[in-house]
Structures are given as structure tokens and as C-alpha cells.
Design a protein around this ligand. Structure first.
Ligand SMILES: [Zn+2]
Length: 322
């Protein structure tokens, strides 16, 4: 086997997978106001940005050849049902417009969920039993997705894990003539400990209060299950998802491969905040070389079958490869 490993050019000739900026989407957290850059303590190198600074950032990302951005919003006000999620002047809606003006080549994806907008931090409306009411939530998700499409988003990405939401969003978008807005479904989103830093970043940790459940295990997937993940992805494709996603990434590469083999659509993977912060901490302590560990991690996700990688390493990785 070593014959094909002897020189760099031979290794290049026989390489099976590659990863580059064109495969990557960078997530961002948008705050209200102007001139705001707020570092996130648990995610070194990642800042929450106001719309104006996001627009400047987007121009740099386009220059670096990155495929796109994924936007999360931190609203001024939260309430029980998360009604600021569909505010046409919300941080995400304004950021979409600003990015489209500053960096028209970038693909703009918006996260569609209620947890950043609800006072209790759950991904939908709370029903009488203290858990999220699936069907009541669908209408709110539709309103949110339509507001993102109206702002100019190329794709909406529902991350709520409500049953039936892809079909409902597709119908709602089509009804409003947003037939070109794609849906990237967080199809297999596991109830993972690796989301910890994100909940700091997006201020979206569930707030247990009286009868309200303290975690999301009632709607996110059990980390023990793989067949169920495939079922989720197949259902989302049937409902009209253009792209399906597996989240988290590195601990779930077996799921990426199984989903890749089961559906005809492109597959995305979300290299989540905990994976990012773990690697940053190890690099800061001198335990790992950051650049090579990031490159190897992203390549592993491509090898597992991901066409698209959502990753906080995107900008760094692209700038190291200039
Ligand atoms: Zn959520």
C-alpha cells in the first residue's frame, strides 16, 4: 500500500475527498443595535455582531470564498410564544438584507426556531402538560420562515424538531410565492451536551419554571438512535426538504454516513459549538495543533458523506488556505 504514499503528488492523485471554503457555511449570532461586537466567553474567536458589522464581515467571507452564512438572532424582547421571531425589523431579517447588499454571492441561510425568542427557551409553544405543543408551534415557524424569505434569505433551516414542519413550511412558503426559498431541514438533531456553548451564545438555554420541562429530550433525538435518524431524514425529504442535516458532527459521523446512503438530497452536517470550543481549548493549552486538527475534522465530515458543513471554524479555515 505504501507505493501510492511515497510522494506528495502521488498522494494528491489518489486522494478520495477534499474540503474547501466552498463546502463551508459559517454560523453567526446577530444582536440589535449598531457597532456591537460581543465576544462569547465559551467560544473563543466568535463574537455576536450587530447588523452593520455583520455586513462588513460578510464582505470578507465572500472574499475568502466561503459558501455562506447561517444566521441566529438575539431579539430585543422575548415572550411566551416568541413573537419577535417574525418581526420584519428583527436582527435576522435586517441582517439578511444587509448581507445580500454587501455580499451578493454568499448563500444566506436563516435558522428557524423559537428558542432564542421565547422566555422559557423552548423551541415552541408550551402546552398544558409543560411540554412543547408540536402542532401549535407549526404556525409560528411558518410566520418566521416567511419573514426570513421576505427579507431575501436563500434558504430557511428549521431546527425545532417539530413533526411535520418541513411540509408545513414548504406549503406556507409556496403560498406566499417564495417558491425559490430552499429548506435545509435539521432532520436528525440529537439532544446533545455539545450544544452548551451555543446556548450561551444565543441565550437560548431552556429555563425550567414550575411545570415546564428543563430539557429538550421530548423533541430532540436520543443519542442512542441511528435508525430513527434515517427515518427522520427520509420523512423530511418526503415532505419537501431540499437538504437534510445531521447535528452534531464529529460524534455522529456514523449517522451522516447512514443518512447519506439513504436519501438522494445533499446532506449537511453541523460541527457544533461544543466541538469547536473543545478544539479551541485543546489548541490554547498546546495539546493540539489547531490548523491541522481543524482540517482533519472537516475532512472527516466530508469523508462521512457531508456535502455541506456548518462550522464555526469556517472563516479561520478559509483564511489559512488563502
Ligand atoms: Zn430551538
Amino acid at each position: 500500500m505504501r507505493r501510492l504514499r511515497t510522494t506528495r503528488s502521488i498522494r494528491d492523485l489518489v486522494r478520495e475527498n477534499e474540503v474547501g471554503p466552498a463546502n463551508l457555511i459559517a454560523p453567526y449570532f446577530i444582536v440589535p443595535g449598531a457597532g456591537k461586537r460581543e465576544p462569547i466567553a465559551s467560544m473563543p474567536g466568535i463574537d455576536r455582531l450587530s447588523v452593520d458589522l455583520m455586513a462588513q464581515e460578510a464582505a470578507q467571507l465572500q472574499e475568502l470564498g466561503l459558501a455562506g452564512v447561517l444566521l441566529f438572532g438575539l431579539p430585543e424582547e422575548k415572550d411566551e410564544i416568541g413573537s419577535s421571531a417574525w418581526d420584519p425589523d428583527g436582527p435576522v431579517q435586517l441582517a439578511v438584507q444587509a448581507i445580500k447588499a454587501a455580499a451578493p454571492e454568499l448563500t444566506v441561510v436563516t435558522d428557524v426556531c423559537m428558542c432564542e425568542y421565547t422566555t422559557h427557551g423552548h423551541c415552541g409553544v408550551i402546552g398544558p402538560r409543560g411540554d412543547v405543543d408540536n402542532d401549535e408551534t407549526l404556525d409560528l415557524l411558518s410566520r418566521t420562515a416567511i419573514s426570513h424569505a421576505a427579507a431575501g434569505a436563500d434558504a430557511v433551516a428549521p431546527s425545532d424538531m417539530m413533526d411535520g414542519r418541513v411540509g408545513v413550511l414548504r406549503a406556507a412558503l409556496d403560498e406566499e410565492d417564495f417558491t425559490d426559498t430552499a429548506i435545509i431541514a435539521y432532520s436528525a438533531k440529537f439532544a446533545s451536551a455539545f450544544y452548551g456553548p451555543f446556548r450561551d451564545a444565543a441565550d437560548s438555554a431552556p429555563q425550567p419554571d414550575g411545570h415546564i420541562k428543563e430539557d429538550r429530550r421530548g423533541y430532540q433525538m436520543d443519542p442512542a438512535n441511528a435508525r430513527e435518524a434515517v427515518r427522520e431524514a427520509v420523512l423530511d425529504v418526503e415532505e419537501g426538504a431540499d437538504i437534510v442535516m445531521v447535528k452534531p458532527g464529529l460524534p455522529y459521523l456514523d449517522i451522516v454516513r447512514q443518512v447519506r446512503d439513504a436519501v438522494p438530497t445533499p446532506v449537511a452536517v453541523y460541527n457544533v459549538s461544543g466541538e469547536y470550543s473543545m478544539l479551541k481549548a485543546a489548541a490554547a493549552s498546546g495539546y493540539l495543533d489547531e490548523r491541522s486538527a481543524v482540517a482533519e475534522s472537516l475532512l472527516a465530515m466530508r469523508r462521512a458523506g457531508a456535502d455541506i458543513i456548518f462550522t464555526y471554524h469556517a472563516k479561520d479555515f478559509a483564511s489559512w488556505n488563502q
